[in-house]
Design a protein around this ligand. Sequence first.
Ligand SMILES: NC(=O)c1ccc[n+]([C@@H]2O[C@H](COP(=O)([O-])OP(=O)(O)OC[C@H]3O[C@@H](n4cnc5c(N)ncnc54)[C@H](OP(=O)(O)O)[C@@H]3O)[C@@H](O)[C@H]2O)c1
Length: 265
Amino acid sequence: MTEQNQKGTALVTGASSGIGAVYAERLARRGYDLLLVARDQQRLEKLAASLSADYGVQVEVLKADLTQKPDIKAVVQRLRGDSTISVLVNNAGVAMNGPLIEADSDAVDRMLELNITALTHLAAAAGANFVAAGGGAIINIASVVALAPEMFNATYSATKAYVLSLTQSLSSELGKSGVQVQAVLPGVTRTEIWERAGIDANGIPAAMVMDAGEMVDAALAGFDQGELVTIPSLPDAADWSAFVAARQKLGPNLSHSQAAARYKA
Ligand SMILES: NC(=O)c1ccc[n+]([C@@H]2O[C@H](COP(=O)([O-])OP(=O)(O)OC[C@H]3O[C@@H](n4cnc5c(N)ncnc54)[C@H](OP(=O)(O)O)[C@@H]3O)[C@@H](O)[C@H]2O)c1
């Protein structure tokens, strides 16, 4: 058996550009075969050809629009039925510009379908496959706006808070199944996402913007360290631990038979 076969196949959604394309390259370099998913077949095929030439891995392209139920279903079926898949990078996502009350409702629907619905069904299918196999990994790309909802527009931030919450719950559900789960919370990263959303990223201070290569390398370092949540730019990991501890301190008091004294007349 070759090394690639032992590592299995990594399915990367949104692999045609930005963060997903970098994940594809890094995972090929690690010896994974690849299954690249996005809408732009031409771009995927170009990337596939270059990665298989550079790293000698098998790279397959699966064209899918993950806002469309039949396409989500096709990727889900592949994840459920293909036991060579050992990693899912749930990366495909879009942002939106402007406040919720001015948002185009069809565009909101498409974003919810991609950032939430597709990501959820793919994680479920991969999780079922990996539990049966006794191992595998699910990497969900969230965003720092999950922790700072006032920083960006409401709908996008809320989709990313969902991704963080889903990943934390999923990790707890999967327990000791041997399946590794990670949420990655990038800050502003230099990709096409801004232009696609009609946002001028030139106004963002350069000191806040990370290259996609640096971001993915940090995220994979966090993955190798077994982190559940990775925030690539956060200098002090103790700040995240303190945030988690503050949340956990609420735990014992979140459900009682009596309302708190301050709510009683
Ligand atoms: N860049 C940032 O500052 C930043 C920060 C935090 C989190 N993120 C997250 O990182 C992830 C990747 O984004 P990126 O920054 O790398 O942006 P990007 O360069 O625009 O890449 C987005 C990817 O998603 C795919 N995609 C878009 N709509 C799709 C659809 N309907 N069906 C299937 N695939 C679709 C695109 O491919 P096709 O067009 O070929 O379909 C593309 O490959 C997203 O989840 C984003 O929310 C980005």
